[in-house]
Design a protein around this ligand. Structure first.
Ligand SMILES: Nc1nc2c(ncn2[C@@H]2O[C@H](COP(=O)(O)OP(=O)(O)OP(=O)(O)O)[C@@H](O)[C@H]2O)c(=O)[nH]1
Length: 435
């Protein structure tokens, strides 16, 4: 692994990269990456392009296959991934390298692989196809605190931290069992309970008959500063910068989790949409800074009105969504909605003046009002639109009969077909202007 500056110059490299290029880290640092990997389209004269390219490839999560040129002229087949990083507001590029261009380890090299792993600085762990550890190297013991004797025969989940979602592991198994390699930063737990971060690559080992017999994991632990930066990047991708709330991506993920939890435990949950009333007027009258303060206060108040395991997200503009877990009756939701309206009313203070925050809320309950996320989202939005068209500053529960007779239903269907965001508020002629 290496960190490049925006001009593509190697600012930092790991010993593993030195091993790969058959030279010391010092010989790599300060070099133009184009001289080491000529195929990479990073050029010293195009820093803006370099960062945009790293960001683009990072988001795609793809590995690029190249031939590296070691300083002594040797050709090295490589798989490369790029990500944009920011450390202390300095944009940088994280370059991750894997040996070879093959997905699977070539036939008959298994024993040699175990032998070669012995002296590596990288952590190597070999499991069978069910994830039981078969072999580890010395670096494994240093990184995890488990000796070879303690680890071999145990499931690799020995190091599980509980901080990844079940989807993370299911994606890993799908990828591996399809014969492809899996690369990710794993958050694992050492024997002494400490959390550590591993930049890990897992490759299937395929025997002479073409069967996958083992998985080979190679990783190195991330330094504290890099780990913090990666956590920040992850947080930024899933949170709204203004309020710090989960953004639409994370909200959709939480909604999926709410479905699985409700199905697993036989529970109900409620989805609530909230749109501020006359927010545009606040912006127009007092300016965007005050508007931003109103949005931040809304976020704080919403979080204060719900339980820790519930979700409050900002979907965009003045639209928020809440997922209230483990709901028994509609009355439970009503209590929360009333509390929200009351606490938002307190608003913000501007000198001697108080600006109340008014909102329209639409709610529904799984499974009564919908059994998939799309219809629940659409129906919460519809209920919110009803609350708004009833004068705003209030809440409304989704009602099937109302929905069936509504002209908006047709509009909803059109929007749904067009795959657009369902902003029903824009269809209404009646808008609340109360403050
Ligand atoms: N201050 C601020 N304003 C924003 C932000 N994002 C969106 N807006 C503004 O939010 C307003 C949303 O418009 P509308 O949905 O029509 O707001 P509204 O006046 O509450 O209309 P109704 O919902 O019908 O009551 C627009 O004026 C946007 O410019 C933001 O991050 N900060």
């Amino acid at each position: 692994m290496a960190v490049l500056d925006k001009y593509g110059i190697v600012s930092f490299s790991t010993p593993a990269m030195g091993d790969m290029f058959k030279c010391t880290q010092r010989e790599l640092e300060g070099r133009d990456v184009a001289s080491l990997i000529p195929g990479l389209p990073l050029k010293t004269l195009t820093p803006g392009y370099n960062l945009a390219f790293a960001d683009f490839w990072g988001n795609k999560g793809e590995l690029l296959k190249f031939k590296g040129h070691s300083p002594n002229g040797e050709r090295i087949p490589l798989a490369v991934s790029l990500n944009k990083l920011s450390i202390d507001n300095t944009p940088l590029i994280l370059l991750r390298l894997l040996p070879g261009s093959e997905h699977a380890i070539p036939n008959g090299e298994f024993e040699r692989l175990i032998e070669s792993a012995k002296n590596k600085t990288d952590v190597v762990m070999i499991t069978d196809t069910t994830g039981i550890i078969q072999a580890v190297n010395d670096a494994f013991a240093q990184a995890t605190g488990y000796s070879r004797e303690e680890a071999v025969g145990q499931p690799a989940s020995l190091m599980k931290s509980g901080l990844h979602t079940p989807e993370f592991y299911s994606k890993m198994w799908h990828t591996l069992l399809a014969g492809n390699e899996f690369q990710a930063v794993f958050v694992n737990r050492r024997k002494n309970g400490e959390i550590f971060h591993e930049d890990k690559n897992i490759r299937p080992f395929i025997d002479k008959s073409g069967q996958i017999t083992h998985f080979v994991s190679t990783s190195h632990c991330l330094s504290e500063s890099l780990r913090t930066t990666l956590l920040q990047l992850h947080h930024e991708a899933y949170h709204d910068a203004l309020t710090g709330l989960p953004n639409r991506h994370l909200f959709e993920d939480r909604l999926k989790q709410a479905f699985s939890r409700a199905l697993r435990r036989g529970e109900n949950f409620s989805l609530v949409y909230l749109d501020l009333d006359s927010f545009k007027e606040i912006n127009d009258t007092y300016g965007h800074t005050v508007g931003d303060e109103v949005l931040r206060t809304t976020a704080t108040q919403l979080k204060a009105c719900v339980r820790n395991e519930d979700t409050v997200a900002r979907l965009g503009g003045d639209e928020f969504a809440l997922i209230l877990l483990d709901i028994h009756r509609r009355e439970d939701v009503e209590i929360v909605l009333k509390k929200i309206l009351r606490s938002l009313e307190q608003g913000i203070h501007l000198g001697n003046k108080r600006i109340s925050i008014l909102a329209s809320l639409g709610a529904n309950i799984f499974p009564d009002d919908g059994t998939d996320s799309e219809s629940l989202m659409m129906r919460a939005d519809f209920a919110m639109y009803k609350a708004k068209s009833d004068g705003g500053h209030g809440f409304h529960f989704f009602d099937k009969d109302e929905f069936a007779g509504s002209a908006a239903k047709k509009r909803l269907a059109e929007l749904l077909t067009a795959g657009k965001r369902l902003n029903i508020a824009s269809c209404t002629s009646e808008q609340s202007t109360r403050h």
